[in-house]
Structure formats: C-alpha cells, structure tokens
Design a protein around this ligand. Structure first.
Ligand code: IPM
Ligand code: MG
Length: 376
C-alpha cells in the first residue's frame, strides 16, 4: 500500500515524540511492504513564529493532500499563555482543523494495562476488574461551534454560548459508536443530560432510534453527572460510551487519568470518508519538553490508530499495540510510569521506542486486514 501522511509535530514534546512515532511507521512500512510518504507541516506556536498564524494555509493544504494526518500537540507554557504566540493557540489550530475537515467523530480509548495497574489512581480491587473503555465523542456540534456572544445589558456584562445539535450530527456519532461496540464487547452507554437540556432530549431520542438497528448490542442511557461518578466508582462497567462534544471533552479527561499517565492516551478524529487526524490528547507538556524524557507511547499508539482507521491496516496496527504491550511487559518505563520496582528499567524517549521497535521486529506478519469504517 502506498499512502501519504501529513505529519504535524506541533509544540512542546510534540516534535520529540513525533520523531519516535515516525520510526515506528518506517519500521511497519518496511516489515509489511508498504510505502508511507511523510510530508511535514507546522501548527501551533511553531507555525505562529514562521507564518504569524497558528494554522497557516500551507499546513491546511498539506493536510488536504494527505491520506491521513498524524498530529503531535500544540500549546505553550502556562506562564506565557497571554503572548500572541500562544494565545488561543489550541482553539485556532485544533478546532479549525476539526471544522475544516468535518471530523464528526472522536475516538478516545482508555485502557489500564495489566502491567501498569499500580499506576491507576483507583483502588486495586476496582482496577483488577479490568478497565478498557472507548469514549466516542461527537466533535463538530454543541456549544463548541455555536454562536459565542459577550455584551452588556442593564449595566452588566453577560455572555452566551449557543449549543445546537442536529439529528444527523447525533446519528453519525451514535452509529459510529454502535459499530465500535459491535467490534468490542457489545455494550454501548449513551450519555446526556436529558433531564435538563433540549439538545440532550433530542440526543436521547435519536440515539434510541439508532439503537433499534443494533439489537445485538446492549444499550443504555446514562445522565452525564452519574457517568462522571461511575467512571471513578466502577469504570469496568463501560465498554463504549457515546456522548456530545462538551460532555465528551470532560469525560474523556476523567477516563484518560484512569491508566495513570496521559503519556499512554491516543485518539482519532474521523470524518465520513474515514479521513482522520490522529493525536495524543495529552497536550504539549511544555514542562518536560526538550529533555528527551517524554513518553512516546501516546504518539506511537496514535499512529497505530491511523493505520487501522484510515488505511484499514488492522494487522499492522495490532502489531504496534502488541509491541507496546510487550515492552511494558519487559519492564521498560519512561519517568512518569516508573515506580521503582526491581524489574523495571527506567528509560528515556528514544530507549522506549527502541524497545518497541525490537518487539515489532519479532512480530509475525499477518495479511488479514479488515476495513473499519465510520458510517456515512
Ligand atoms: C481536547 C481539548 C480541546 C477541546 C481544546 C484544546 C480546544 O481539550 O481535544 O479535548 O476542548 O476539544
Ligand atoms: Mg479536552
């Protein structure tokens, strides 16, 4: 297979971990006989320095020409947030990309690796029940993309954010979530605030209509406040969660902390043509940038998601995931997942990738690739 990937490393640890993910993509291409042509582009603060924009036209054009986008992280240090280089950097780059490419569905898996159970902030008995869930977040509707207004009335400032959902936006997300649930453990929880919000009432109505088309998947509705509690009280009850843009933003951060490190979290943002942007949602981690110690796993797993969802290369994707797990099994740990146990080997960014590449090399090549698609 011959494909072009737009590579957007971004800021902070982005370029460091991207370099490692590219090594893994190169190794997969070599091992499985593919050609991945990588075209680099700037976004975020690094783009602002060169172009005076967080998302220059040139970057959009490179992304448009690619078959998929591998994105790093954007954003500056907290202390410099007001500088023009960083002000609204994430919004200007990430939200614009989502809208531009109509990335309607966002997949955020959260899994506690058996090897890393002790890192989870939850009690061991809860973790032992197994935590492996997927949040499917609607990504182009809700208050994110409604009219934002700030004004003065009766002598005081006020602000409003319009939250809107159309039936088809809900349908796309819910269908995608059912398809995922079918391939996983067959359970879907749709999360809303239907006891208060009209958008949520519509969400629930549409989700239940879609559910009738998937009798093989166990379906339930849950209110978002309860879901936030259940994610901490007993996350093993969840397989796939589908929810609106704003609730998905909040719940996916709560879920991302369960495995104990943001350095392990990958994500995919997909449109109806299975064109996708793949990124670690953990951020640019400016506090550790430039030291070569960041965990490359989130970026590497984002590349694995890219192969699976945009290129249909399931075996290649699985080979990467297995190589990551084997490396953890062998005890390799970057600083933030190192707990000091005797069998652990504390490594830096490059050494972690080397372990993953060694395990990838050992993997057997299988040719049974099956395309996974987001329904139109
Ligand atoms: C995320 C982020 C973004 C969001 C921000 C950076 C705009 O928090 O991808 O979850 O709110 O969607
Ligand atoms: Mg977020």
């Amino acid at each position: 297979m011959k494909k072009t990937i737009a590579v957007v490393p971004g800021d902070g640890i982005g370029p460091e971990v991207m370099q490692e993910a590219v090594k893994v993509l190169d190794a997969v291409a070599e091992k499985f006989g593919h050609q991945f042509d990588l075209v680099y582009a700037l976004a975020g603060g690094s783009a602002y320095e060169k172009y005076g924009s967080h998302l220059p036209e040139e970057t959009l054009s490179i992304c448009e020409k690619g078959d998929a986008i591998l994105f790093g992280s954007v954003g500056g240090p907290v202390s410099e947030m007001q500088l023009p280089k960083w002000k609204d950097c994430e919004r200007n780059s990430i939200l614009t990309l989502r809208k531009h490419f109509s990335f309607a569905v966002n997949l955020r898996p959260s899994r506690v690796y058996p090897q890393l159970q002790s890192l989870s902030p939850l009690k061991p008995e809860l973790v032992a029940k197994g935590i492996d869930l997927l949040i499917v977040r609607e990504l182009v509707g809700d208050a994110y993309f409604g009219v934002h207004k700030k004004d003065v009335a009766d002598g005081e400032r006020y602000a409003t954010d319009e939250a809107k959902y159309t039936e088809s936006q809900v349908k796309v997300a819910v269908h995608a979530a059912f398809e995922c649930a079918r391939k996983r453990r067959g359970k879907l929880t749709s999360v809303d605030k239907a006891n208060v919000l009209t958008t949520s009432k519509l969400w629930r109505e549409v989700a239940e209509e879609v559910a009738a088309e998937y009798p093989d998947v166990e379906y339930e509705n849950m209110l978002v406040d309860n879901c936030a509690m259940q994610l901490i009280r007993d996350p093993s009850q969840f397989d796939v969660i589908v929810t609106s843009n704003m609730f998905g933003d909040i719940l996916s951060d709560a879920a991302a902390v369960l495995p104990g490190s943001l350095g392990l979290a990958a994500s995919a943002s997909l449109n109806k043509d299975n064109f996708g942007l793949y990124e670690p949602p953990g951020g640019s981690a400016q506090d550790i940038a430039g030291q070569g110690v960041a965990n490359p796993i989130a970026q590497i797993l984002s590349a694995a998601m890219l192969l699976k969802y945009s290129f249909g290369l399931e075996a290649e994707s699985k080979a990467i995931e297995d190589a990551v797990e084997a490396s953890l099994e062998e005890g390799y740990r970057t600083g933030e997942i190192y707990s000091g146990e005797a069998f652990e080997k504390r490594v830096n960014t490059k050494q972690m990738t080397e372990a993953i590449l060694r395990n990838l090399e050992k993997a057997s090549v299988s040719v049974c690739n099956e395309k996974v698609s987001v329904p139109k």
